[in-house]
Ligand binder design. Sequence first.
Ligand code: DGY
Length: 325
Amino acid sequence: MSYKVSVTREIPDPGLPMVKEIAPDARVNPHDRVLTREELLDYVKGCDGVLCLLTDPIDAEVFDAAGPQCKIFANYAVGYNNIDVDAATERGILITNTPGVLTDATADHAWALLFSTARRIVEADEYMRAGKFEGWGPMMFLGGDITGKTLGIVGAGRIGTAFALKSKGFNMKVLYYDLSRNDELESELGATKVDLDTLMEQSDYVSVHVALTDETTHLIDADKLGKMKSSAYLINTARGPVVDEVALIEALKSGSIAGAGLDVFEDEPEMKPGLADCKTAVIVPHIASATIWTRSKMAEMAASNLTAGLKGETPPNLVNPEAAK
Ligand code: DGY
């Protein structure tokens, strides 16, 4: 049986060879860029399955362009806010993601942002490269302490938990905000579940780890940012729209918070005007999962999900089991 498959952008090995095993004629976007809307609609046309990326907006129009024979869209990401899952379910199309394999890479990266923001690593690096270092100075690049401080976790799921557990060596007090109680954090770290206002008020570092949904859009808004200490830092490795970026820029510019480490942006790949001028922000291009091992595992998982869906089996990482009924 031969399947018609499209891959919306090249992914690392072993992803493409695995896709080619089940769909030797799979069409792969040859450009190192996101497909335009027109191209995407053309790529999915008549497909039995599509391997897509978090940068592809997949909605009813895309599913209809694919056609009624389409079985699966396998997303190359753990987050699937780019996909209208209800529209897929209505059409009996399976949606899958790649959970688990990027937990540590993302949590590690949140720490990298926390350290580089608090200790002003990027600014200091620029200073050295500009040849400005003329000798040690008592007031140079003063930043925030980390050991013994209070860490606030917004969203204590897989990644939030892994991030919090890595604080062990820094003897931090851990607060978390989540709908559910997290026994592991409470027993391992003595962490305390608090409401979001308390977390914002008491934390020295607030790290965001919630999935993007209607409820979490602008969860961190001007009001919540206004509750933070002026010495506190915000880290976001989740999704840009969870934080009101305009309000964040205002908080950074006014110094009402000490800094922010951002991997994700509200209108990715754009930044809201003014963010790039904020010296107390460390800003990187959505690279939290960008380790060689992780990206390769994500590719393997996405290809396995796609293969199972094409064969009529239940993919290992199905997010809408109702679609299979
Ligand atoms: C994901 O998988 O959702 C990540 O954002 C990719 O880095």
